[in-house]
Design a protein around this ligand. Sequence first.
Ligand SMILES: Cc1cc2nc3c(=O)[nH]c(=O)nc-3n(C[C@H](O)[C@H](O)[C@H](O)COP(=O)(O)O)c2cc1C
Length: 307
Amino acid sequence: MNEKLKVKIGNTEFATPVIAASGTFGFGIEYADIVNLDDFGAIVTKGLSLLPKEGNPPPRIVETPCGLINSIGLANPGTDEFIKNYEETYRVFPTHVIVNVGAETENEFLSVIKKIEHMNILGYELNISCPNVETGGMMFSEDPNTAFALVKKVRKATEKLLITKLSPNFCNIRELARASEDAGSDAISLVNTFLGMSIDIETGYSRIGKPFGGFSGPAIKPMALKMVYEAARTVNIPVIGMGGINSGSDAIEFFMAGASMIQVGSAIFRNPQIAFDINNFIEQYLDRKGLSNVSEIIGTFKGSKNE
Ligand SMILES: Cc1cc2nc3c(=O)[nH]c(=O)nc-3n(C[C@H](O)[C@H](O)[C@H](O)COP(=O)(O)O)c2cc1C
């Protein structure tokens, strides 16, 4: 990999700033036959809960003209099965593995992390968009104080890389970003999916298995970019940007808005080689601009010409 693509978060070096987003790349190994896994600086696993989850009723994904609506319901094998299936695989994995943890109580988050802490994984991405059963189903990300309390407890439980993944749906993104930083996150990532729905006008029913689901893909990019910009101006820790990234030029926009790294999600379904394409684009862009490393682009957005 070209030296120009190397980036660092804390003490960890990544060969490229392109990461596979949670839920769109399985546990990584499923893609090994069709993708060079080291085209990604890291992969984030599907959300992991303590016990296995069947997930939501089908259909679980529908296409819209400008993105996907998913209602997966965090289907995953649960922590014990995860350890059995992937402990050996991750010992010799070609890139960093970050485990996305999606739990319903503080204790569940802590139990999952305690069980997998011995594995050869770089760290955790906390999905705080799950309903918190202890607060009557309110999302962890609905209230910065709830998010703060959770992240603080997790911080005490691990010295591995800790990324808090923010939801765009509930409270002010700057407050959520600040709470995540204050509680000890090493980085924040955003955005998770927006809430969206799609109705079959012949039947009147939802086109997915629940009345609404998580909306991702090209349509959310402008909103995601603005939230990444706001978050990066608020915190001092690195921001990992995502939401609708579909090309190398989309990635550069996120770096300019302040992201230190980026994740690609829905676009992987259409083009599993997208990390390769984005890496190439960034290399050519850096050469064209006479820059020696991708980090030189971070936060270079100049605002409006009229200001
Ligand atoms: C099918 C699917 C499953 C997802 N599962 C998870 C998940 O388990 N945990 C999580 O934090 N985000 C999950 N996400 C959200 C993505 O990681 C990402 O935040 C979102 O899709 C926005 O990026 P994109 O527009 O590039 O897809 C999922 C997204 C999709 C499309």
